[in-house]
Design a protein around this ligand. Structure first.
Ligand SMILES: *Cc1c(COP(=O)(O)O)cnc(C)c1O
Length: 226
């Protein structure tokens, strides 16, 4: 069942890529395991999953203890500064950096263990009060602030679109994030230094890929009813 779901999602990603004239290899599927048991995660890995997303550091610690470095770990949820130490130990990519203070903590901890921590800036494109992330007009300043830190590296941007019934309604938010990224690279004169666009979940990933997403975070469509 999980294997079938992953196969189906992979096909849908490929056809969205085709629609927008891109290669399917361009999109990384992050399998979101926050609701999944260890056995289900093993099944996903056996079906070809190599990127795992968790939204809580504490849950990830337990699962990392079992699964370890067989997969690449992504922190997709909000990160509190008191969890930075553990997060830097486990995660290859932290998707949720939204303040200079958090970035500074990550840099400090990464330096301590001799790591260069890759991160994404979480952007609240829709401006919803319930969402984490910085507002689009703060991104430049935040990136400028982080750039001198030698143990943290901004690889891209992440957003969560508003929950809407019709995924077409999410399209403008995805498009906006891509434009923000392209703008950053144009102004900084460093094409693709900020390359990753982490956007698209179970109910809207096809639209996100059509708008340039190269990292989708999918949970329910893989594990629901399994
Ligand atoms: C849970 C979660 C996802 C996955 O959502 P699904 O609807 O289960 O695909 C993606 N991103 C974040 C930040 C999440 O918390």
């Amino acid at each position: 069942m999980i294997a079938d779901n992953i196969k189906f999602i992979t096909q849908r990603i490929a056809s969205s890529c085709e629609k927008s004239g891109r290669s399917a290899d361009d999109v990384i599927l992050v399998c979101v395991t926050k609701e999944a048991a260890a056995g289900q995660i093993e099944e996903a890995i056996a079906s070809g999953i190599s990127n795992i997303g968790e939204n809580r550091v504490k849950d990830a610690t337990a699962k990392y203890g079992i699964i370890g470095d067989r997969v690449i770990w992504h922190l997709i949820g909000h990160l509190q500064t008191n969890k930075v130490k553990e997060a830097v130990r486990i995660f290859s990519l932290i998707h949720s950096v939204d303040s200079a203070r958090l970035a500074r903590e990550i840099d400090r901890e990464a330096k301590r263990i001799g790591k260069r921590q890759d991160v994404l800036i979480q952007v609240n494109v829709s401006g919803e009060k319930t969402k984490f992330g910085i507002s689009p007009d703060e991104i430049f300043d935040l990136i400028e602030e982080i750039t001198p830190y030698s143990n943290i590296s901004v690889k891209g941007l992440m957003t969560i679109a508003p929950e809407v019934e019709d995924p077409e309604k999410a399209r403008p938010y995805f498009r906006a994030l891509r434009e923000i990224r392209d703008n950053i690279n144009a102004v900084r004169g460093t094409p693709y230094a900020v390359r990753i666009l982490s956007m698209g979940m179970s109910n809207d990933f096809e639209v996100a890929v059509e708008e340039g997403s190269n990292m989708v975070r999918i949970g329910r469509a893989i594990f629901e009813d399994c």
